[in-house]
Design a protein around this ligand. Structure first.
Ligand code: PLP
Length: 488
């Protein structure tokens, strides 16, 4: 399998030597940076070398194309543009208007959404915008209507205090952290757990799978204003039609956080009931994980919520990052190419091959497998904590992250799981055969790691293990180079 063409020769520029042009651009940029702060140029070069030399299996990371990366390095960064297209708090925003409009148009087309807001700086910011928009639409707007005023400033002191109390006493229900939810889905240490009365739904203890009947029963009892679906570490697909049914039954707004699997939605791997966009009232996302764009966030909404979402900046967000919105537009344009669908399908196929490779070698997986881009390995059968496993893998050049598993006996810091994801190595060109070999290397490392009984962090890696795995990985990495043809 060859590296994804987006990294070496995008369809938009046939006939040009894309890698040579990108190399020239980066060499020039690094030379300029070097003249001001050489250490930053050095760290930037080193990061490329490190990424090229490691097996990146972090489920939330990817490699954006040079087109996306280069788009971020411009003077669009210099412009303040609070507000929205055509309604800015600053003069001179005509080019930012153009950039934001193009990015939003691509996002709407890509996901088939009625409305897209491309300003959020990150996934967490996108979720905050969504929470605000739902509170504004469901609680604030009716209160203003009842009081016969247009603006909160026109409420009496007593009316305002009543509204503040109502805004602060709403309920949110999301997936629990140890079942794979994200901390912004109502986890107590996060602001979402402090803004809302919160209840979590988990997964079936026997199967590790979402139990929709249990979600329904919990929602009927708790009656949340917001039902959040979506995850960071759940290796399975979600039926969003059923989640919407549950939300409708209890009068909740369904918010889906597709930060992790947006690439599978864009690439039409997740369709019908598994595509959140036709079913949710509000969908939030990051743009840098499986979607392979710049670091950033995105909100998609139905007409009911779009006006409130549009006020995200300056209500919740600082001024938009115009250079990043531009890069989002480029990434969305890439994701609308047929090659992105092929990429997304390979991401899912590779996850299956990787999971099967682990299972065949005796490993235990949460839910017994995967049908998205995530594989969650329970490392207890190797006698290790997640922390020990993560460090031993890193010593061997395999970059992952430790992760809680349902009812984790080692808690959220040491954990008992390792989360793997296939988006990044799939971008490099890895296919099922390479992922099976990676599974073999992972099992080799973990089988040769001895826990130190005195600490949940300490371990011993058998002699030669790291060298052997690094050499074997190098063969895979050399055959599937990152940014092929890019020389600094
Ligand atoms: N939502 C989910 C489901 C995530 O997995 C993440 C990131 O890990 C986020 C939100 C937050 O994204 P960001 O780091 O861009 O704020």
């Amino acid at each position: 399998m060859t590296a994804d063409s987006t990294l070496s020769s995008p369809a938009a520029t046939p006939g040009t030597d894309y890698a040579a042009t990108a190399s020239e651009a980066y060499r020039a940029a690094l030379q300029v940076i070097e003249s001001v702060e050489p250490r930053i140029a050095a760290a930037t070069r080193k990061e490329l070398a490190d990424q090229r030399d490691s097996l990146k299996l972090i489920a939330s990371e990817n490699y954006a194309s040079p087109a996306v990366l280069l788009t971020m390095g411009s003077w669009l960064s210099d412009k303040y543009a609070e507000g929205t297209v055509g309604h800015r708090f600053y003069a001179g925003c005509q080019n930012v208007d153009e950039v934001e409009s193009i990015a939003a148009e691509h996002a709407r087309e890509l996901f088939g959404a009625p409305y897209a807001y491309v300003q959020p700086h990150s996934g967490i910011d996108a979720n905050l915008v969504a929470f605000w928009a739902i509170l504004a639409t469901k609680i604030e707007a009716p209160a203003l209507h009842d009081a016969g005023v247009k603006n909160v400033n026109d409420l009496s002191e007593a009316e305002w205090e009543r509204l503040r109390a109502r805004l602060g006493s709403q309920r949110l229900m999301g997936m629990s952290l140890d079942a794979g939810g994200h901390l912004t889905h109502g986890f107590r240490p996060n602001i979402s757990g402090k803004m809302f009365h919160q209840r979590s739904y988990g997964t079936d203890p026997a199967t590790g799978l979402l139990d929709y009947d249990a979600v329904r029963a919990a929602a009927r009892e708790f009656k949340p204003l917001i039902l959040v679906a979506g995850y960071s570490a759940y290796p399975r697909r979600v039926n969003f039609a059923t989640m919407r049914e549950i939300a409708d039954e209890v009068g909740a707004t369904l918010m889906v956080d597709m930060a992790h699997f947006a690439g599978l939605v864009a690439g039409k791997v997740l369709t019908g009931d598994e595509d959140p966009v036709p079913h949710a009232h509000v969908v939030t996302s990051t743009t840098h994980k499986s979607l392979r764009g710049p670091r950033g966030g995105l909100v998609l909404a139905t007409a009911e919520y779009s006006d409130a979402v549009d006020k995200g900046c300056p209500m919740v967000l600082g001024g938009p990052l115009s250079h990043v919105m531009a890069a989002k537009a480029v990434a969305f344009a890439e994701a609308r190419q047929p090659s992105f669908r092929a990429y997304a399908q390979r991401v899912a196929d590779n996850a299956k091959a990787f999971a099967e490779g682990l299972l065949r070698r005796g490993a235990t997986l949460v839910t017994g497998g995967t049908d998205n881009h995530i594989v969650l390995l329970d490392v207890q059968s190797f006698g290790l904590t997640g922390r020990q496993a993560e460090s031993a893998l890193l010593d061997s050049g395999i970059v992952t992250n430790r992760n809680s598993i349902p009812s984790d006996p080692n808690g959220a810091w040491y954990t008992s799981g390792i989360r793997f994801g296939t988006p990044a190595l799939t971008t490099r060109g890895f296919g099922p055969i390479e992922f099976d070999r990676v599974a073999e290397l992972v099992v080799h490392v973990l089988s040769n790691t001895q826990a130190d009984g005195t600490s949940k962090a300490k371990y011993t890696l058998a002699d030669n293990t790291a060298d052997f795995v690094r050499a074997a990985s190098a063969e895979l990495l050399d055959a599937n180079p990152l940014y092929p043809g890019l020389t600094l």
